[in-house]
Design a protein around this ligand. Structure first.
Ligand SMILES: Cc1ncc(COP(=O)(O)O)c(C=O)c1O
Length: 477
């Protein structure tokens, strides 16, 4: 039952509500949250109401006279119902983002306590709390003592910050070149452009098997480029591509980067936290040699959207890229033991992001994440084994991590019809992509809410949809 109302339409809520009103506000918000979470499984993935009228109304809305919290929250309820439900375990499309409640509670705390963590001297313990999590991240990837992690808004900002750091160390001019795989995430090419590189300075290298960057192809590209007067600046590898979850040959690429004096950046936005598991650590072997690593806690650590991380092997590279002096900060104490985020990232004033990671890690413990990630790997393996055994489907080998692409025997139109049929069920949602120039469906297991039952439901839906569409094995078997 929703809490009883004490705040009426006509009342103006003070900017600093008293304890009673504050409690009522939070309880009302909490009520919406628990109702949402309680009904998640049953509601499926489809929007529960049409968005058009609501979108028009909201775009026309202007803040004016105050209204009650219950009225504001009822609008929010409509907003949530008008979009796809992406926080259920049935979300197996794109890169699922489930959102831990404990991290959301940390957001409430971080925002109300509003500690200033852009500089170390103002709230040193708040910076230390985040610093401890950052150290743990660096240690999880076996990076040296001089390594540094920073939390940013997401993987795109981490990729951008990494390429700016590489540019500042190696000096980019019009002849610098960055080597990326055909399967690299779009944010990598975007980052290179924002970092000042022109399109011809971004060299897309082929993959040996259509999915994983081919080290020899990169080696040849670098050799040719050097002979032609280009200056190789960075190799960007993927530790979990968005399309197929595949991991580039990181150890080989690290060797090549060392030989050629280039910066190795590993975009592990999707796959990075599998490093916490034994199987994931084996799949990501070589990542510990990277100059920089992008991680997205809002992907494989199940956090709500808004937290990315960049790990850099040598904090001096971040300082070179981002440190600036400011006269008006002269009266603030420096503290050598603490990270100074203002000189390690593009931001100054920032959300106290550390709490979003710290609180879940405190409350659940690291092993809860290790178990959940191991479970995702096992579920993806189960999906692949089932699909690979069906002669009506093409698959691309056992999953490196937790994404399984597949394609039915038939043309691209058939793939779209298959996807539509599966998603129309309202139980699970898959998405599609293009691999080797052909449309493929993909099933991504990453939500902390995806269970064995969800996966069995998805497999049964794939089977029955193939039956209904009359798909048969290829004539040559
Ligand atoms: C491999 C990879 N890199 C980078 C990104 C960009 O991350 P974000 O959306 O957090 O900016 C994504 C997002 O899906 C991704 O999958």
């Amino acid at each position: 039952m929703a809490p009883a109302t004490s705040q009426h339409m006509s009342e103006r809520l003070p900017l600093d509500p008293g304890p009673e009103q504050a409690r009522e506000l939070v309880e009302r918000a909490l009520h919406l949250v628990t109702e949402h979470l309680d009904g998640l499984g049953e509601r499926g993935i489809h929007p529960r109401r049409d968005a058009d009228e609501l979108v028009t109304r909201l775009l026309a809305q202007r803040p004016g006279a105050p209204r009650s919290m219950s009225s504001a929250l009822s609008t929010l309820g409509e907003v949530v119902a008008a979009g796809r439900e992406t926080t259920t375990g049935g979300e197996l499309a794109y890169i699922p983002g489930s959102g831990l409640l404990t991290s959301a509670v940390a957001d409430l705390l971080a925002s109300t306590l509003n500690r200033y963590t852009g500089l170390p001297g103002i709230a040193p313990a708040a910076v230390a709390l985040e610093g401890g999590v950052l150290r743990w991240l660096c240690e999880s990837f076996d990076l040296p003592e001089r390594a540094q992690a920073v939390l940013l808004s997401g993987g795109s900002m981490a990729n951008l910050s990494a390429l700016v750091a590489a540019r500042e160390r190696l000096g980019a001019d019009g002849l610098a070149r960055v080597y990326v795989g055909a399967q690299a995430h779009a944010s990598v090419r975007k980052a290179a452009r924002i970092a000042g590189l022109r399109a011809e300075q971004i060299r897309v290298c082929p993959s040996a098997d259509g999915l994983r960057l081919d080290t020899e192809a990169v080696r040849l590209a670098i050799k040719d480029d050097v002979a032609a007067g280009w200056r190789p600046m960075a190799i960007v590898a993927a530790a979990g591509t968005t399309n197929a979850g595949t991991v580039d040959p990181l150890a080989e690429l690290a060797e090549l980067a060392a030989e050629t004096g280039t910066w190795l950046h590993v975009d592990a936005a999707y796959g990075g936290f599998f490093q916490l598991t034994d199987a994931g650590r084996a799949a990501l072997a070589g990542i510990e040699r990277a100059d920089s690593i992008t991680l997205d806690p809002h992907k494989s650590l199940f956090l709500p959207f808004g937290t990315g991380a960049l790990l850099v092997r040598d904090r001096a590279d971040l300082q070179r890229a981002f440190a600036e002096d400011a006269d008006y900060l002269r009266d603030l104490d420096a503290d050598e033991a603490l990270p100074d985020f203002s000189e390690l990232s593009p931001e100054l004033t920032r959300a106290w992001r550390g709490l979003r990671l710290w609180l879940p890690l405190q409350l659940h413990g690291v092993d809860a994440f290790v178990d959940a990630l191991d479970h995702k790997l096992a579920l993806a393996r189960r999906v692949w084994e089932h699909l690979a055994a069906d002669p009506r489907l093409r698959t691309w080998g056992p999953p490196d991590l937790s994404i399984v692409p597949f394609r039915a025997v038939g043309d691209d139109v058939l793939q779209d019809r298959l996807l539509e049929r599966i998603n129309d069920s309202g139980v699970v949602r898959l998405s599609s992509t293009v691999i080797d120039g052909e449309v493929a469906l993909r099933l991504a297991v990453l939500s902390h809410r995806t269970s064995d039952t969800t996966v069995e439901q998805a497999l049964a839906l794939i089977d029955s949809s193939l039956d209904e569409l009359g798909v048969t094995p290829a004539a040559d078997g």
